[in-house]
Design a protein around this ligand. Structure first.
Ligand SMILES: [Fe+2]
Length: 143
Protein backbone atom coordinates (compact mmCIF):
# COMPACT_ATOMS: atom_id res chain seq x y z
CA UNK A 1 0.00 0.00 0.00
CA UNK A 2 1.41 3.37 -1.00
CA UNK A 3 1.44 6.06 1.66
CA UNK A 4 -0.11 9.47 1.12
CA UNK A 5 2.25 12.43 1.10
CA UNK A 6 0.91 13.52 4.54
CA UNK A 7 1.54 10.08 6.01
CA UNK A 8 5.05 10.18 4.58
CA UNK A 9 5.67 13.65 6.08
CA UNK A 10 4.55 12.29 9.48
CA UNK A 11 7.09 9.49 9.18
CA UNK A 12 9.86 11.94 8.24
CA UNK A 13 8.91 13.97 11.32
CA UNK A 14 9.29 10.82 13.40
CA UNK A 15 12.77 10.42 11.89
CA UNK A 16 13.48 14.06 12.73
CA UNK A 17 12.45 13.55 16.38
CA UNK A 18 14.81 10.58 16.57
CA UNK A 19 17.66 12.60 15.02
CA UNK A 20 17.14 15.23 17.75
CA UNK A 21 17.23 12.40 20.28
CA UNK A 22 20.47 11.07 18.78
CA UNK A 23 22.10 14.54 19.05
CA UNK A 24 21.12 14.81 22.74
CA UNK A 25 22.05 11.22 23.53
CA UNK A 26 25.49 11.35 21.84
CA UNK A 27 26.21 14.70 23.50
CA UNK A 28 25.32 13.35 26.94
CA UNK A 29 27.06 10.03 26.29
CA UNK A 30 30.20 11.89 25.15
CA UNK A 31 30.26 13.67 28.51
CA UNK A 32 29.64 10.44 30.41
CA UNK A 33 32.19 8.43 28.42
CA UNK A 34 34.99 10.95 27.97
CA UNK A 35 36.86 9.98 31.19
CA UNK A 36 36.67 6.28 30.24
CA UNK A 37 37.71 6.37 26.58
CA UNK A 38 40.72 7.58 24.57
CA UNK A 39 40.83 11.06 23.05
CA UNK A 40 40.35 9.48 19.64
CA UNK A 41 37.25 7.57 20.76
CA UNK A 42 35.92 10.76 22.36
CA UNK A 43 36.34 12.60 19.07
CA UNK A 44 34.53 9.82 17.24
CA UNK A 45 31.54 10.19 19.57
CA UNK A 46 31.56 13.97 19.10
CA UNK A 47 31.51 13.40 15.34
CA UNK A 48 28.49 11.10 15.70
CA UNK A 49 26.59 13.92 17.43
CA UNK A 50 27.58 16.32 14.64
CA UNK A 51 26.45 13.91 11.91
CA UNK A 52 23.03 13.50 13.55
CA UNK A 53 22.58 17.28 13.74
CA UNK A 54 23.42 17.48 10.03
CA UNK A 55 20.75 14.83 9.36
CA UNK A 56 18.18 16.74 11.44
CA UNK A 57 18.86 19.90 9.41
CA UNK A 58 18.46 18.01 6.13
CA UNK A 59 15.18 16.42 7.28
CA UNK A 60 13.78 19.74 8.53
CA UNK A 61 14.43 21.33 5.14
CA UNK A 62 13.01 18.37 3.20
CA UNK A 63 9.86 18.23 5.36
CA UNK A 64 9.23 21.91 4.71
CA UNK A 65 9.84 21.47 0.99
CA UNK A 66 7.17 18.73 0.98
CA UNK A 67 4.71 21.18 2.58
CA UNK A 68 5.01 19.90 6.15
CA UNK A 69 6.02 21.57 9.39
CA UNK A 70 9.22 20.24 10.96
CA UNK A 71 8.74 18.67 14.39
CA UNK A 72 9.95 20.34 17.59
CA UNK A 73 9.28 17.54 20.07
CA UNK A 74 12.07 15.25 21.24
CA UNK A 75 11.78 11.81 22.84
CA UNK A 76 13.48 11.28 26.18
CA UNK A 77 17.14 10.29 25.97
CA UNK A 78 18.52 7.29 27.84
CA UNK A 79 21.56 7.44 30.09
CA UNK A 80 23.38 4.88 32.27
CA UNK A 81 26.41 4.63 34.55
CA UNK A 82 28.19 1.89 32.62
CA UNK A 83 30.08 2.87 29.43
CA UNK A 84 29.07 -0.34 27.65
CA UNK A 85 25.41 0.21 28.51
CA UNK A 86 25.55 3.71 27.01
CA UNK A 87 27.11 2.39 23.82
CA UNK A 88 24.56 -0.42 23.68
CA UNK A 89 21.74 2.16 23.76
CA UNK A 90 23.48 3.98 20.91
CA UNK A 91 24.00 0.75 18.96
CA UNK A 92 20.30 -0.12 19.27
CA UNK A 93 19.44 3.41 18.12
CA UNK A 94 21.61 3.06 15.02
CA UNK A 95 20.10 -0.33 14.13
CA UNK A 96 16.62 1.14 14.42
CA UNK A 97 17.68 4.16 12.35
CA UNK A 98 19.10 2.00 9.56
CA UNK A 99 15.87 -0.03 9.34
CA UNK A 100 13.76 3.17 9.29
CA UNK A 101 15.78 4.82 6.52
CA UNK A 102 15.74 1.66 4.41
CA UNK A 103 11.94 1.75 4.67
CA UNK A 104 11.84 5.51 4.04
CA UNK A 105 13.89 5.18 0.82
CA UNK A 106 11.38 2.64 -0.57
CA UNK A 107 8.47 4.89 0.45
CA UNK A 108 10.07 7.97 -1.16
CA UNK A 109 10.58 6.03 -4.39
CA UNK A 110 6.97 4.77 -4.33
CA UNK A 111 5.85 8.42 -4.06
CA UNK A 112 8.10 9.45 -6.97
CA UNK A 113 10.35 11.54 -4.70
CA UNK A 114 13.54 10.57 -6.51
CA UNK A 115 15.91 13.22 -5.17
CA UNK A 116 14.68 12.72 -1.60
CA UNK A 117 15.29 8.96 -1.95
CA UNK A 118 18.86 9.84 -3.03
CA UNK A 119 19.35 12.15 -0.03
CA UNK A 120 18.03 9.44 2.32
CA UNK A 121 20.47 6.95 0.80
CA UNK A 122 23.37 9.27 1.64
CA UNK A 123 22.08 9.56 5.23
CA UNK A 124 21.69 5.78 5.42
CA UNK A 125 25.34 5.26 4.39
CA UNK A 126 26.44 7.53 7.27
CA UNK A 127 24.22 5.63 9.75
CA UNK A 128 25.71 2.32 8.61
CA UNK A 129 29.16 3.76 9.31
CA UNK A 130 27.97 4.86 12.76
CA UNK A 131 26.94 1.30 13.58
CA UNK A 132 30.42 0.02 12.65
CA UNK A 133 32.10 2.73 14.75
CA UNK A 134 29.96 1.81 17.78
CA UNK A 135 30.66 -1.90 17.35
CA UNK A 136 34.41 -1.15 17.31
CA UNK A 137 34.17 1.12 20.37
CA UNK A 138 32.22 -1.56 22.24
CA UNK A 139 34.79 -4.19 21.27
CA UNK A 140 37.64 -2.00 22.54
CA UNK A 141 35.88 -1.20 25.82
CA UNK A 142 34.99 -4.82 26.59
CA UNK A 143 38.47 -6.25 25.81
FE1 LIG B 1 23.68 7.74 13.51
Amino acid sequence: MTLTRDEFIDLLNRDLRLEYLAVIQYTQHFGMLSPAVSTEAGEQIQNLAGDELAHALILAEQIRMLGGEPEVRTPRARSADQPLTLLEFDRQGEEDTIARYQERIDQAEALGLVSLAHILRLILAVEERHLKILQKLMGRLSS
